[in-house]
Design a protein around this ligand. Structure first.
Ligand code: SAM
Length: 317
């Protein structure tokens, strides 16, 4: 299906990211909660199915489930089995419950997973995620189970923090050994925590060591290949190129279409709409898409950021 959603900045929508629940078993110190502001419920299965169908009919090719923690969603495999066949279906998970679900999810039609793991050191892992040492062990088992179940390519998501930047070489080695892609993510420091690691320095060092470098279409992300390891770097902050190459729409865990991670003042409620009606809502959301870091005037950007997003996210943390 050719892409039918192109916004006024010439950006196609080819991906949809759906938060399946606001609930999470971890409490990561930096979590942006997918930009959600006080979610009020959990999107029903029927709405997920209808929005996925509508998106596929408008030329969306990939669907990513997120949360909260999507593996906390009841009957997730059943939900995945109802997704349109031609979509690339992935999810991003903290991996704690992956070992026991990987095979069923794969059989249901899940194609691949991103697993968030910011540290291999149990003390550091617990300090960053609020989890327990046994959670880290379960994540490691989850990586193996995902591989065995064929949920590949697996990406390991690491948000670069002061707390884990010294571990990056070890994480690169780990990913090389496991045959998974390392995705280094710049912290969106929405709460001004001042805990970001030096991703710029890390990227310079990757560039100096790389055997080859590639640039992906989405967000113009750079991929570094070094001695069998593959490292992708995601740097959204103040990055006009990132926004200029954004191909996503989002759906919040309480059923609203969200044109941008960093804005909460332009959401569209799905309500009881059917697939045909949701297509119109997706088109309307596409019309509301604007590059956040770029053409939006500074004072407006600031107002969206402080007033509608951060201040309301803060009380939840
Ligand atoms: N619980 C799932 C997980 O851990 O993957 C899904 C939700 S989590 C919000 C999705 C992704 O967003 C994770 O890879 C996480 O590391 C990333 N993330 C969360 N807060 C972030 C922030 N402030 N800056 C950059 N990435 C963030």
């Amino acid at each position: 299906m050719p892409c039918q959603m192109v916004d006024s900045f010439g950006r196609k929508v080819t991906g949809l990211r759906i938060a399946l629940t606001p609930r999470c078993n971890l409490k990561c110190i930096y979590c942006h909660h997918e930009g959600e502001v006080g979610p009020t419920g959990e999107i029903p299965d029927e709405m997920v199915v209808n929005v996925a169908r509508a998106a596929a009919e408008l030329g969306v090719r990939s669907l990513k489930f997120t949360g909260g923690e999507p593996l906390l969603r009841k009957d997730l495999a059943d939900l995945i089995s109802q997704m349109p066949q031609d979509l690339d279906i992935s999810l991003t998970t903290n991996g704690v419950f992956l070992a026991e679900q990987a095979e069923a999810l794969s059989e249901a039609g899940l194609d691949r997973v991103n697993i968030s793991l910011d540290s291999l050191d149990s003390k550091n892992y617990c300090a960053i995620t609020g989890g327990k040492a046994r959670d880290l062990e379960r994540v490691l088992a989850g990586i193996d189970a995902a591989k065995e179940a064929g949920l590949v390519p697996i990406k390991l998501n690491v948000v670069v923090l002061k707390k884990n930047e010294a571990e990056i070489p070890e994480l690169i080695d780990f990913c090389r050994r496991k045959g998974v892609i390392l995705q280094l993510i710049e912290l969106l420091d929405l709460q001004n925590l001042g805990i970001s690691g030096d991703i710029e320095g890390i990227e310079r060092s990757l560039a100096a060591q790389a055997d080859s470098i590639r640039t992906r279409e989405m967000h113009r992300r750079k991929k570094y290949f070094l001695k069998g390891a593959e490292v992708e770097v995601v740097r959204p902050m103040d990055n006009t190129e990132f926004c200029a190459n954004c191909t996503r729409l989002r759906v919040t865990s309480d059923g609203k279409i969200k044109p941008c991670l960093l804005r909460s003042d332009n959401l569209i409620e799905i309500g009881t709409c059917n697939t045909e009606e949701i297509k119109e809502l997706l088109r309307a959301a596409n019309a509301r898409r604007e590059p956040y870091f770029g053409t939006v005037p500074e004072q407006v950007k600031h107002a969206h950021n402080i007033e509608s997003s951060i201040r309301q996210i803060l009380p939840k943390i």
